[in-house]
Design a protein around this ligand. Structure first.
Ligand code: S3P
Length: 186
């Protein structure tokens, strides 16, 4: 890997939060490539550790079990700082537990990729691996989730980027610039 834009983060991760479909994984990959920081995708890591897809974990063990796995992973990451520090792509519901929000803010620089519910719908409703959207009216579900969670994302993020109509390369640059400024000021 030959990063074009390494960032001095003082050993701390860059963390992407936001609703499903907002681009956390896509942007996480781009930021990872640009900075040379490895990507840590929480959903993917949980699937790997448990040996089940997220949809299967929800169906067979329930949402509360999945939430407990997210918290356990965050506690682990806080107690075992990763070297080199990663770009962390979170699951959209990670902010629903207050403890998670506190850990995220202590752990690193948290960016909310805020995308409007209508843009989100175009991007994510097709994804079969999104158990929370398997409802009769995914558009209404997504709007409800956005309204419920927007205050949580806002309170957890160090920086909010409104990215509904911003192309991915530009979002990546904005995340990196914001991270650089945040860590430079520390
Ligand atoms: C969830 C979002 C999903 C995944 C799980 C629950 C949520 O992650 O963690 O299906 O509660 O919004 P993505 O945001 O990556 O789709």
């Amino acid at each position: 890997m030959n990063p074009s834009h390494p960032i001095e983060t003082n050993g701390r991760p860059i963390i992407l939060i936001g609703l499903m479909g907002c681009g956390k994984t896509t942007i996480g990959k781009l930021v990872s490539k640009r900075t040379g920081m490895p990507l840590l995708d929480m959903d993917a890591l949980i699937e790997e550790q448990v040996g089940m897809k997220i949809s299967q974990i929800f169906a067979e063990r329930g949402e509360a079990h999945f939430r407990a796995l997210e918290t356990a992973l965050l506690r682990f990451l806080e107690q075992h700082p990763q070297t080199p520090p990663p770009v962390i792509s979170t699951g959209g519901g990670v902010v629903t537990r207050p403890e998670n929000c506190e850990i995220l803010r202590r752990l690193g620089f948290v960016v909310w990729l805020n995308v409007s519910p209508s843009s989100l719908l175009r991007r994510s409703v097709r994804a079969a691996n999104r158990p929370l959207l398997q409802t009769d009216d995914p558009a209404a579900t997504l709007r409800r989730l956005w309204h419920e969670r927007a205050p949580l994302y806002k309170a957890t993020a160090h920086r909010i980027l409104n990215t509904s109509r911003v192309e991915v390369g530009e979002v990546c640059r904005r995340v990196c610039d914001a991270a650089e400024r945040y860590f430079a000021a520390r």
